[in-house]
Design a protein around this ligand. Structure first.
Ligand SMILES: [Zn+2]
Length: 117
């Protein structure tokens, strides 16, 4: 009884730099969908192949979201300094008075606490 080691071709993957080679059939993962029930790559290369596919999928997903990149790359025009000087902020908008009023409304809350006793 002589056990012969049957060699099988691992097809490798040019895409991920995996060279095709011969390997013992025991090194191939079982793959029922294949007509001979074995994978077309040895287990080691099959792992690197699927890892490579996962990496590519991640990269594609990142590339599929170009909106954030577009915003970053959009040229930001600085406000022309001359125009700002010619058009001063309208003086009749009473912004400081409004903020003072808001603060006045917030303050009485501190004094209202002792009423609970
Ligand atoms: Zn291989």
């Amino acid at each position: 009884m002589v056990e012969t080691t049957t060699l099988r071709k691992c097809i490798g993957s040019a895409r991920f730099g995996i060279e095709p080679h011969e390997a013992p059939v025991e090194d191939f993962p079982r793959q029922p969908s294949q007509k001979d029930g074995l994978g077309r790559m040895c287990a080691v290369h099959w792992r690197s192949y699927t890892a490579g596919l996962a990496r590519d999928a991640k990269a594609r997903k990142a590339a599929a979201e170009p909106e954030a990149e577009a915003i970053e790359q959009a040229p930001v025009e600085p406000a022309p300094v001359n125009q700002v000087a010619v058009k001063p902020a309208p003086a009749d908008e009473p912004k400081p008075a409004r903020s003072r009023t808001r603060r006045a409304h917030a303050e009485p809350a501190a004094d209202a606490a002792p009423v609970a006793e």
